[in-house]
Design a binder for this molecule. Structure first.
Ligand code: GLC
Ligand code: CA
Length: 540
């Protein structure tokens, strides 16, 4: 495999609306991000993934774009964004942007013109139907919206205000590629591609994900834009399976650098139901999903590694323990993830183990998906308590509360009124206190990032799971010709032990550890609740 810069990178995701406000209007902005670049440098990350900052009515927080060439004034101007790129560059940080091309905003000039009917050159940029075929929107309700002036329905996989683009239309595709080149020429280092596995959809055949022309489109896109530019491209692909994953990231095929696959994300959901219908996580399944992907992409293709993003609940609340063992379990989760092979992504606030918001008032859930759910489920007769429980556990708002910088007014996020409530635990959980405490979660992330830079084996070594049947511990090695790394993570709030089948355990040195001492007996390691460690042995 030819080595690329992004094989060695760690990406940090910035959700601009909630990162840092600089002008007191309660909304995070570009200038705010600029002031925090030194903090990100201190953490040690290499790349920022910036969620959408383009012009948008903000129905879905920027994922409804009304002009790809303009910046949403609430975040600043194009000049501000260029300044952000410069400041990042001077700190050795690259920036990748969100590419949202499955749909646009209904306020986009293309859609407004298309509403004139078939004589509009943009009419065919969208997907029209004479009837509602029964397709459901991801955000609830029908995926077809009726336009009375045309006596037609248009397709919207997401909100009514997010009409789907018709990828069969060639001039639409060219317009998207032109737009991508505009941003590439501004110096961005790549794209995170929103729900990209939907662009090959065949709605009249009921095919949404993984449509027949998906990979043709990606190859065409690559050839027209980033193919020879050495960029990082990562596809958001909810429909990815092992069978199709290599189609995206096999270097020979010239599609994407890597994808986000979501198999582990569904493991606490009742199969066949929605993300809101919860069950307890099956840890053995989690282990087997992780190792399956690690083995499959050991030699070819590339994994992305993530627990969190702006659509997912906070991992320490979800699969860690955000009460008694918040810091300890957050460090364990970080170690488990960052020891694997792939490019790690950190979502803002994860590095200080921010928790779910647990809002207990429906009005505090601002996300369109949450608002639709509340309406839909209350109408269907669900108990208020049950709906609230789903939102507290899985709602996207949990990840979107303002970043907790210090214990002052509004957690240091804004001097005005924050657009969204700050998590009340900011007095305890914030960046300032994490930086002061040399034992904080922040420094574990810093060490893990540093370790990846220092040890080639963490970037490229072969993955091998050990003590596979262990019901409490996820353990694996990473091996190359000169080093071996051992990662051992107790996923539970009780003691555990792991059998490594390594007879030279005492030769291993600690790189990262969330406990006081490494307890070895023969080839076994004894672990306290949530204890996790990354050890290394030099072979020569
Ligand atoms: C992706 C985004 C999500 C958005 C949706 C529609 O899943 O991550 O935030 O709502 O696409 O664009
Ligand atoms: Ca602002």
């Amino acid at each position: 495999m030819k080595e690329k810069w992004w094989h060695s990178s760690v990406v940090y995701q910035v959700y601009p609306k909630s990162f840092q406000d600089s002008n007191g209007d309660g909304i995070g902005d570009i200038e705010g991000i600029i002031t925090r670049v030194p903090y990100l440098k201190q953490l040690g990350i290499d790349v920022i993934w910036l969620n959408p900052v383009f012009k948008s009515p903000d129905v879905d927080n920027g994922y409804d774009i009304s002009d790809y060439y303009e910046v949403n004034p609430q975040y600043g101007s194009l000049t501000d964004v260029e300044r952000l790129f410069d400041v990042c560059r001077s700190h050795g940080i690259k920036v990748i942007m969100d590419l949202v091309v499955n749909h646009v905003s209904d306020q986009h000039a293309w859609f407004q013109d298309a509403l004139k009917g078939e004589e509009s050159p943009y009419f065919d940029y969208f997907i029209w139907s004479k009837e509602d075929t029964g397709l459901k929107s991801v955000f609830g309700g029908s995926a077809w919206e009726y336009v009375s002036s045309l006596d037609l329905y248009y397709l919207h996989n997401f909100a009514v205000e997010q009409p789907d683009l018709n990828w069969e239309n060639e001039s639409m595709r060219q317009a998207i590629y032109d737009m991508m080149n505009f941003w590439i020429n501004k110096g961005i280092a790549g794209f995170r591609m929103d729900v990209i596995d939907l662009i090959g959809k065949q709605p009249f055949e009921g095919i949404m994900e993984n449509g027949p022309k998906l990979h043709d489109y990606l190859q065409e896109m690559s050839a027209a834009t980033f193919k020879d530019k050495d960029l990082l491209t990562v596809g958001e692909t909810w429909g990815a399976t092992l069978d199709n994953a290599l189609l995206y990231s096999d270097p020979e095929r010239h599609e994407l650098s890597m994808i986000f696959q979501f198999e582990q994300i569904g493991l606490d959901e009742i199969p066949g139901k929605s993300k809101w219908d919860l069950r307890t996580l099956d840890f053995m399944q989690l282990k087997s999903v992780f190792s399956k992907w690690q083995y499959a992409l050991n030699d070819n293709g590339w994994n992305s590694l993530f627990w969190n993003n702006h659509d997912l609940p906070r991992i320490v609340s979800r699969w860690g323990n955000d009460a008694e063992y918040r810091e300890k379990s957050a460090k364990m989760l970080a170690t488990l993830l960052h020891g694997m092979k792939g490019t790690p992504y950190i979502y803002q606030g994860e590095e200080i183990s921010m928790t779910n918001a647990y809002f207990d008032n429906f009005d505090d859930y601002l996300d369109i998906e949450a608002q639709n759910l509340i309406k839909e489920r209350l109408d269907q007769g669900y108990e208020q308590e049950a709906v609230l429980k789903s939102l507290q556990t899985k709602g996207r708002d949990n990840a979107r509360t303002p970043m907790q910088w210090d214990d002052g007014l509004h957690a240091g996020f804004t001097e005005g009124t924050p657009w969204m409530k700050v998590n009340p635990n900011y007095k305890e959980i914030n960046v300032a206190s994490a930086l002061e405490d040399s034992n904080s979660v922040f420094y574990t992330y810093q060490q893990l990032i540093e370790a990846r830079k220092n040890h080639r084996v963490i970037r490229f070594g072969k993955f091998n799971e050990i003590d596979k049947e262990n019901p409490h511990v996820f353990a694996y090695t990473r091996t190359d010709a000169s080093e071996q790394v051992l990662v051992v993570c107790n996923f539970f709030n009780h003691k555990a032990r792991v059998t490594t089948q390594l007879d030279d355990l005492s030769d291993y040195k600690v790189i990262v550890h969330n406990g006081d001492e490494v307890r070895i007996e023969g080839d076994q390691l004894f672990l306290e609740p949530y204890e996790a460690m990354m050890l290394i042995k030099y072979k020569k």
